[in-house]
Design a protein around this ligand. Structure first.
Ligand code: C2E
Ligand code: MG
Ligand code: MG
Ligand code: MG
Length: 282
């Protein structure tokens, strides 16, 4: 019986693996045409000042609608884009779109507005990145101070010299650097010590249970205090309830992003939100 079972397990496992490979190939094949076929869309999720509830910026988040595969989550297709190198043209598209919209929003808004754009490791290693950003900022007449690049630990692994000089160049352009998904990696603390971050984004998985799990609450409180001690601004990701917001407010967390205020939305929606300027308590 055990032999038969072992065989079944083996067969099942292989089938699962094949499905993974098939899916992966389909994604790769479709992703090649995604830009040209206008299947990619950039949505924006508001960044909200916790104390005033006013919108101080937005994060650009990519969406892929494919006629054969349907909606594909960025958690699934960004790694494929990264591995194939397609992330370079795709990432340039996101930056160009986001800065074009930001030009309107900065003009519309009478006070600071920041656009946050995610960068993957391969984008960061591309030596044309800085030039591309410089061109886009200039083309849209947006000062670098309105842009913040979000990076995760993966971006910082590797050549310390190159990373340092790239970060320094961006810093001289007044572009902000945020550490994304803080708390999920292995070496976030040592990276915080080594590089000039402006913002710390606490991962959604810690915010989720902030009012349920005392350990999560303590970790979030400590992260906020530490970031402030280092002179960084703190953004809490994935804020979904007033209770979570309240807990973060008592710790002087600066900015909230999450479904409590808004899901990622098309740019026209952000323009409408900016006219109102702030979110009122529901
Ligand atoms: P991220 O940069 O950490 O973005 C935050 C994610 O949390 C987004 O998922 C957002 O929709 C989601 N989120 C925000 N608030 C809430 C909430 O209250 N509840 C819940 N359940 N989720 C919330 P999304 O849009 O699926 O993106 C996933 C990841 O894909 C991003 O994580 C980022 O790492 C990557 N990504 C998205 N767009 C881009 C892009 O243009 N370039 C690169 N390189 N990566 C991107
Ligand atoms: Mg992000
Ligand atoms: Mg994140
Ligand atoms: Mg994430």
């Amino acid at each position: 019986a055990s032999k038969a079972q072992g065989c079944n397990t083996c067969h099942f496992f292989t089938k699962e693996m094949n499905m993974g490979v098939t899916r992966r190939l389909a994604l790769e094949e479709q992703l090649h045409g995604a830009l040209g076929n206008s299947e990619l869309e950039v949505l924006y999720q508001p960044l909200v000042d916790i104390h005033s509830r006013s919108i101080i910026g937005a994060e650009a988040l990519l969406r892929w609608h494919n006629p054969t595969l349907g909606e594909i989550s960025p958690d699934e297709f960004i790694p494929v884009a990264e591995q194939t190198g397609l992330i370079i043209p795709i990432g340039e598209y996101v930056l160009a779109q986001a800065l074009e919209k930001t030009a309107q929003w900065v003009h519309q808004r009478q006070w600071p507005f920041k656009i946050a754009v995610n960068l993957s490791p391969r984008q960061f290693r591309d030596e044309r990145l800085v030039t591309f950003i410089e061109q886009q900022l200039q083309a849209n007449s947006v000062p670098g101070s309105h842009l913040e690049l979000e990076i995760t630990e993966g971006v910082l692994m590797g050549d310390h010299g190159y990373i340092n000089s790239a970060l320094e160049t961006l810093c001289r352009m007044d572009i902000g650097i945020a550490m994304d998904d803080f708390g999920t990696g292995y070496s976030s603390l040592s990276y915080l010590r080594s590089y000039p971050f402006d913002t710390l984004k606490i991962d959604r998985s810690f915010i989720n249970d902030i009012n349920v799990d005392p350990a999560d609450r303590e970790l979030v409180n400590a992260a906020i205090a530490m970031a402030h001690g280092l002179g960084l601004k703190v953004v809490a990701e994935g804020v979904e309830t007033e209770e979570q917001l309240e807990s973060l407010a008592t710790q002087y967390c600066d900015v909230a992003q999450g479904y409590l205020f808004s899901k990622p939305v098309p740019p026209e929606e952000i323009s409408r939100m900016l006219i109102k300027g702030r979110f009122t308590r529901s």
